[in-house]
Ligand binder design. Sequence first.
Ligand SMILES: Nc1ncnc2c1ncn2[C@@H]1O[C@H](COP(=O)(O)OP(=O)(O)OP(=O)(O)O)[C@@H](O)[C@H]1O
Ligand SMILES: [Mg+2]
Length: 378
Amino acid sequence: MPQADDPWHYSRESLAQRYFDQFDSGLSHANVIFGLRRTGKTEFLLKDLGPLAQANGWRVAYVSLWQSRLSPLAVLLHALSSASRRGSLVERAEALARATRPKLKLGAGAPGGDAKAEIEVDLSELRGPPTHDALLHLDDLIDRFARPNGRALLLIDEAQELAANEDNQPLVAALRTSLDQRKGRLAVLFTGSSQDGLRRMFSRRDAPFFHFGSPLDWPPLEDGFVDHMLATFAKIVRVKLNRRDCLKAHCALDRNPYFFRKMLELLAFDPHRDVAAALAMVRERAAEDLRYPDVWRSLSPLQRAVAQQLSQATEQPFGRETLASIGRSLGARTPTRAQTLAAIRHLTRAGIVSRTGERGGYVFNDPEFGRWITARAP
Ligand SMILES: Nc1ncnc2c1ncn2[C@@H]1O[C@H](COP(=O)(O)OP(=O)(O)OP(=O)(O)O)[C@@H](O)[C@H]1O
Ligand SMILES: [Mg+2]
């Protein structure tokens, strides 16, 4: 489904079709996508996969659990109740973001319910562990969303947030049961940029969604993305950029669409600047835009030294030689394994690195931040 109102959007039709077919065929009813920061997951859900499912007659609801002013339960209730309204997924998500005190009428038209049972809930007040009643409303809304003779797709973005807070446990348990009960008519796609967070939800034996969703690959943006961007640039800015230079820059930026578009913004401002210079400027500005120095300053000296070590060699962070080198870089005693582990835990909780699960390796959730750290003098 091309997103006609955004000429810059590069539509990933075949990827969307592939994921959709999995759900449509009934082969799977729950999947998980892990993708590094700013690699286009949200844009894909809102502008490719969601609209494709809608065009096939599915009902679609989108929720993002990242840094919402509202609790995950409130966001879910809102998305489910507005799923049958008009407007695109983007418009619905924007409407929720704009509302200062979003309210919701619950109970209206509930099976077996009467009009008097209807209550109005101020979503901004739904905090802390959810009440039994609120969870019943959630189940009721899921039931109405996933009609018996229709198909529905629930997109849960930044799903790892559900595992981030103990208060969410009853919600997670209720959600799992509600979803389980409607397998044939309701599909769910979870996405997230923290591998650890997702593992805590789906892979650990005691995880709430253990074996519930199977992982889907998340391929990087191909060269077609660059071609689309250059064609749009030529149409709008009326300048033809050098394709080879741009493809090189795209690779240098780990095929990250956010940084590539930042680079185009600079080139639109000064189209005669060369691509390599614009690329260098993007890197420099990314640090300020994404507040790398602030994050860096918030870390302790040991956490910084460990981050620096991980940015250079992501395996064996507890090896004897590694610990000694961390100690040397701090000009202090060699840290113990436990101290280093505590520092890594902090980096993980802060969403900076994730364990890959392979041979004790780690990745930076934002590789550009890892590169920025490498470039810093110890
Ligand atoms: N298909 C696309 N076409 C054009 N631009 C895109 C596309 N996908 C992503 N972008 C650009 O990259 C930016 C980041 O994308 P998006 O927010 O979807 O990434 P994300 O993986 O959800 O990131 P995060 O992990 O931070 O949530 C978008 O704001 C947009 O500018
Ligand atoms: Mg996102």
